[in-house]
Every structure is written in C-alpha cells, then in structure tokens.
Design a protein around this ligand. Sequence first.
Ligand code: PEP
Length: 253
Amino acid sequence: MRTPFIAGNWKMNLDRTGAVALSKAIAQATLPEGVEVGICPPTVYLGDCLAETDGSPVGVGGQDMHFEPNGAFTGETSGDMLVDIGCRYVILGHSERRQFFGETDASVNKKLMVALEKGLIPIVCVGELLEQREAGQTQQVVQEQVEGSLAGLTPEQVAQIVIAYEPVWAIGTGKVATPEQAEEVHADLRSLLESRYNTESSSKVRIQYGGSVKPGNAEELLAQPNIDGALVGGASLQAESFLAIIEAAQATR
Ligand code: PEP
C-alpha cells in the first residue's frame, strides 16, 4: 500500500508574509491520517517555512538543486544546503526548468543520484508536450524521460523516489488530463519500472499526477489505482484549496 503524497509547488510566487502565513495555515490544520504532505516554497523562504512547519508532519522541499556540493556556481543551491536547513524533498526536472533553464534528463540524473545520496526524497517530473500527445508520442516521450533521468539507479534507490507525471499541456492551463488519460500513463510507467527493475521496487514508487489539480477534480484522479498523489501548483497557493486536495487523497484510500 503506497502512502498518497500531496506536494505543493509554489514556484516563484508569494512574498515572505504570504509564505509564512500559508505554511503556518497548512502546518496548523488538522491533516488527515495516512496522507504525506509537502510544500516546496521559493528558496529564499525555505527557512521561514521550515520554522513554521517545525514539529508538524508537513515536510518542506526545494524546487531544484545543483549536483555539486559547493563551489563557484552563482545562484545555485546544493543538495547539501537543502539537507542542512532541514528539507525533506527536492523537485527535479520540472517542465519549467526543462523549458526555460536547459534542464535535461542527463542533468536530472546527476541531481537525482546526489539527492538520494544525501537522503532527500526526489520528486522527478516527466511529461509530454501537447504536440507530442497529439502525435501519439506520449508513452515514448515519458518512457525516455524516465529512463534517462533514472539511469544507473539500483532497484533499492528506485523504490525511494517519487515520479510526478505532469503533462505539460495541463500545467497552469486549467486543462486537466482525464483520470483515464492519467491512469494510462501511470500504469505504463509502473510497467516500465517493473520491467527495468523488479516488482517489489516498482510497486513502492509513488507516481504523482500534476497539471491543474484542483479540489473539484482531485478525488477522481486520486482514486485511480496507479495515481499515488499530486504535485499541485496553482491550487497549492491557498490553504483552503490545498487542504481540500489533501482531504480528497484521504477519501480515496
Ligand atoms: C506544477 O507546477 O507542477 C503544476 C502541476 O502546476 P498547476 O497545478 O498550476 O497546473
């Protein structure tokens, strides 16, 4: 039985007051049993959010990291630094990083190795563009991203990761994949992991769906057998909607 995992990706949103208030509201809410909850604030507010969530079950994560531990990499944050301040998660390979910052499967792979070595739980994002879906290439694109990003991992390491399937055409657009469309990709991904690693490891990997998840569509998505949570952008910026998605995850258990 996989514990559903709802994570909020705040991207480059909110100011300090807003980040503190949001993390406080989530940490102080009565969270349902059996759902893992994480928030990924902008890097500059990580410390504030960690302070607000301290002692609560809410974990905090970075939105990206560098694979080197330190050095002359202006503007970057290392995995060691995330661990040092108390982060539990790190998002890797988000489509916005792939699209705007040159992230590739190869760089995700380097970061993933380091994240696992440091004890961070990586959320590895994959997903197809609209034109790729329309050309019938979804399965191939997503499989290539997973194979490239996870290259060299042992079955034991694979069991520790979280994959977020995020069709790029559904991110921030209000267009959500139907539960059937999402489940088809999630089931394919699990079969791929099973064939590359083994049944035990593949059955442990949590595969989140991401792309315009809202309180109104969360339950039917999360009820799918291979959808083990959600990576939530827009709807994670307000406590009410984020908490409603967490409740929906609990309702489907
Ligand atoms: C995301 O950024 O990972 C995301 C899924 O965003 P949204 O929920 O706003 O589509």
